[in-house]
Design a protein. Structure first.
Length: 233
């Protein structure tokens, strides 16, 4: 744990401030050890982006969306047996498609830095996906695109710290959104949990998944436009 840790806010705090609508209250041979330079200050949760950085954060999101979404849909490359796929084509439920950030890329560094609980922590990454899409369904305002990562990994120094993470980066609110057991599969009720949430009604981001919601019915968590980006996880 860093000795000087900047104050962190949970996503639930931001949801409350923005007007949240709550409902009902490597395989081993494919795993990669990855290390990136650690910035002066890191946090296992997230830090609120200053208003002056909002334009820059949006620019990063737009740039990430442009990288993730080719001008014309292309088929996903075939998966190598025993190894995770490296990309997913755009679809109605994964509107800009998804990519697996390469080692040494800024996208990979950004998410690992948000996951670190101490400077220099290294991870064995089994699977990582990056995708861009609309804000969570239960966030009323402001709306806009959010960069998201799905990561299945464990800490090299602390192997018991093995999880699946959902991480986000937006003009307002960036960091770990939810965690799930390493051995779990997919998404749905009672699998994922938002860490340190003060409101149990918001603790499970898939308690009312948008996948199962009827037209006009309220749902929570990831919107329909990106749920498909988690297919096969």
């Amino acid at each position: 744990m860093p000795c000087c840790r900047i104050p962190a806010l949970t996503l639930d705090t931001i949801r409350g401030a923005l007007g949240i609508v709550a409902l009902c209250g490597c395989t081993r041979d494919s795993a990669q050890v990855h290390e990136e330079p650690t910035p002066p200050s890191t946090s296992a949760t997230y830090n609120l982006a200053p208003a002056s950085l909002g334009r820059a954060a949006r620019h990063v999101a737009d740039a990430g969306a442009a990288r993730a979404a080719p001008s014309e849909p292309v088929p996903s490359p075939p998966a190598v047996p025993g190894r995770p796929a490296t990309a997913g084509a755009p679809s109605p439920t994964c509107v800009k498609g998804w990519v697996a950030p390469e080692r040494g890329s800024s996208l990979r560094s950004a998410v690992l830095n948000m996951l670190r609980s101490r400077p220099g922590e290294r991870f064995v990454v089994e699977e990582m996906r990056y995708f861009v899409g609309p804000e969570d369904a239960d966030v009323v305002d402001p709306r806009g695109n959010v960069e998201r990562w799905y990561v299945k990994a464990y800490s090299e120094l602390e192997p018991r710290r093995r999880q699946r993470w959902l991480v986000r980066r937006a003009a307002i609110g960036s960091g770990v959104d939810a965690v799930a057991p390493y051995e779990s599969k997919g998404y749905g009720p009672s699998i994922w949990r938002r860490p340190d949430t003060p409101d149990e009604g918001l603790a499970d981001p898939f308690a009312h998944p948008c996948r199962d919601a009827r037209p006009g019915e309220r749902c929570m968590g990831l919107p329909r436009e990106v749920l498909g980006c988690l297919a096969g996880t």
